[in-house]
Design a protein around this ligand. Structure first.
Ligand code: LRH
Ligand code: MN
Ligand code: MN
Length: 427
């Protein structure tokens, strides 16, 4: 049974907000027209924007200390897809889901049928060689694709090939590889030979990639390895993508950098190298916090999109926009809806940058006015554009309000048994 939200409820919710939106949209339209900007063009772009939801984000996350599950946690991938269907229904901004294998392993035809029923597609597949599964022959305690033991490496390669195979059956077109391999002590591993082994394994996976697929290499500065990590930054990720070939690109997870790193610069460099494949959006204060997008540093998110918009006509640029978050104290559906809207907001704000003026200020070395040009776009309240995009797509003007009014969580809680609280874990 589909758990989608009743359309009449969304319409009733929207009806109460429509008059205000009409006024706000008109006022913003007039304001933008004075700047020579057509609000309708922006609304069309907003409607065309989509970001994928991570299946694993629909359950309450946890830290290594504890997990505090909420009501009605999804029991498996079919429940997760139901939740993703609601997120898309109410935001019209999340048309695809990114799966993690083996967490989401199921009969591919069931996955396809369920997604179809919910109007969803699938984005990049994610492999998992950072945990041991109950039935596996070789442990990843000391690494996976870069392990010293050839049989362990082979097992990790085979898992990635299986992810591609599953993905092919459900219409996915990319595989994201993130490994936890590294070391906890200086001297524990050879920084050089370990990377060579990783590359060799990645080449074996690349060889099994269909022609119309891409493989994304995701870097992360540290964790779970605390002294060294094999793919620790965008330099190693770029080396990997260049070594593998044209179907290999880099994935930037916003939380995977040291504090203060200029991520928008990394984005620009990777695009210029033809090697930016996609994103894992989230926000962070300290490390890989996986907090909701745009909740800590919305200006940084805007600056990332500023680069994307400035370079959007780059030939061959085809980005997989995905969210990667962990929700510990909120209803994951609400967090994912808010995040999708914040990502979409950053995109629309970046579209507002007066690029002709900006380039003029750059040429004149007018640093103050160049920065002011960006701020003018960032400070513009584009909510009426986002809301209008949702209204026209049949989604909710206020997704969280409609979701709460629907009683969805209580309804699914009646079917989904409470999950156990307790020890840590990332999902
Ligand atoms: C690693 C990561 C990676 C994993 C996900 C669960 O920190 O960002 O993308 O697949 O978390
Ligand atoms: Mn990630
Ligand atoms: Mn992460």
């Amino acid at each position: 049974m589909s758990m989608m939200i009743d359309k009449a409820l969304i319409e009733a919710e929207n009806a109460t907000r429509r008059p205000d939106l009409a006024q706000d949209y008109e006022a913003l339209g007039a304001r933008l027209a004075r700047r020579g900007v057509d609000i309708e063009a922006l609304t069309t772009r907003a409607m065309g924007f989509g970001v994928a939801v991570p299946s694993w984000g629909t359950g309450t996350g946890g830290t290594r200390f504890a997990r505090f599950p909420g009501e009605g946690e999804p029991r498996g991938i079919m429940d997760k897809l139901d939740d993703c269907g609601v997120i898309h229904q109410l935001t019209a901004a999340t048309p695809r889901v990114s799966l993690h294998i083996p967490w989401d392993k199921a009969d591919p035809s069931d996955l396809r049928a369920k997604a179809e029923e919910l109007g969803l597609g699938f984005d990049a597949m994610n492999s998992n060689t950072f945990q041991d599964q109950p039935d596996q022959a070789h442990s990843y305690k000391f690494g996976s694709l870069s392990h010293t033991d050839a049989a362990t490496r082979q097992q990790a390669i085979a898992h990635n090939l299986e992810c591609i195979e599953i993905g092919q059956q459900i219409g996915a077109k990319a595989l994201t590889v993130w490994i936890g391999d590294g070391s906890n002590f200086p001297g524990q591993t050879s920084l050089s030979w370990q990377f060579d082994r990783y590359l060799e394994s990645m080449k074996a996976i690349y060889a099994g990639l269909p022609d119309d697929w891409r493989i994304f290499s995701e870097h992360k500065i540290y964790e779970p390895a605390f002294y060294s990590t094999v793919v620790q930054d965008w330099g190693t990720s770029l080396m990997t993508a260049q070594e593998l070939g044209p179907k290999a690109q880099c994935l930037v997870d916003l939380g995977h950098h040291a504090p203060n790193v200029n991520i928008e610069m990394i984005v620009s460099r990777l695009i210029r190298a033809g090697k930016l494949g996609g994103f894992h959006f989230n926000d962070s204060k300290y490390g890989d916090d996986d907090l909701d997008s745009g909740t800590i540093d919305p200006f940084r998110l805007f600056l990332v999109f500023n680069e994307l918009v400035e370079l959007e006509d780059t030939p061959g640029l085809d980005l997989a926009h995905m969210i990667d978050q962990s929700h510990n104290v909120t209803d994951p559906i609400e967090s994912l809806m808010i995040s999708a809207c914040e990502i979409q907001r950053a995109f629309v704000q970046a579209l507002l940058v007066d690029r002709v003026a900006l380039e003029g200020y750059r040429q004149e070395n007018d640093a103050l006015m160049a920065a002011a040009t960006l701020r003018e776009a960032f400070r513009t309240d584009v909510e009426p554009i986002l809301a209008m995009a949702r209204l026209r797509a049949g989604a909710a003007l206020d997704p969280v309000s409609a979701y709460r009014a629907s009683g969805y969580r209580a309804k699914v809680a009646a079917e989904r048994p409470r999950t156990a609280a307790g020890g840590g874990g990332i999902v």
